[in-house]
Design a protein around this ligand. Structure first.
Ligand code: SF4
Ligand code: F3S
Length: 115
């Protein structure tokens, strides 16, 4: 089992989550973070730290695509352990829908099976 970063992190990236992780398994891209599913020890301490509610356990229904998304990018993005300023539009984009399709259109096709 693992926790994963989900859609609402995209374009927000508050980074409150990274400093509490005991195994440093957050990885950073330009618009979002991901958790390495094979390194996460399932401690759960990061989940309540996210102001956007973007960190979810993989036991939730529909989490399969997020496990795949997190695994894909954790293997290419660098580890992040220090908190930084959120993205400029974080307050506006928090809760917005369609962010996966806007920023990762190729993943909508491959993970959700939609063109
Ligand atoms: Fe790190 Fe624990 Fe969150 Fe996994 S659940 S990403 S180990 S803080
Ligand atoms: Fe993203 Fe929440 Fe962390 S918005 S960077 S998962 S604190």
């Amino acid at each position: 089992m693992t926790y994963v970063v989900t859609e609402n992190c995209i374009a927000c990236k508050y980074t409150d989550c990274v400093e509490v992780c005991p195994v440093d398994c957050f990885h950073e891209g330009e618009t979002t973070l991901v958790i390495h599913p094979d390194e996460c020890i399932d401690c759960g301490v990061c989940e309540p730290e996210c102001p956007a509610g973007a960190i979810r356990p993989d036991t939730e229904a529909g989490s399969e695509i997020w496990v795949a998304f997190n695994r894909k990018y954790a293997s290419v993005w660098p580890v992040v352990t220090e908190r930084k300023d959120p993205l400029p539009e974080a307050a506006i984009r928090d809760g917005a829908t369609g962010k996966l399709g806007e920023f990762f259109p190729e993943d909508v096709a491959s993970l959700l099976g939609k063109g």
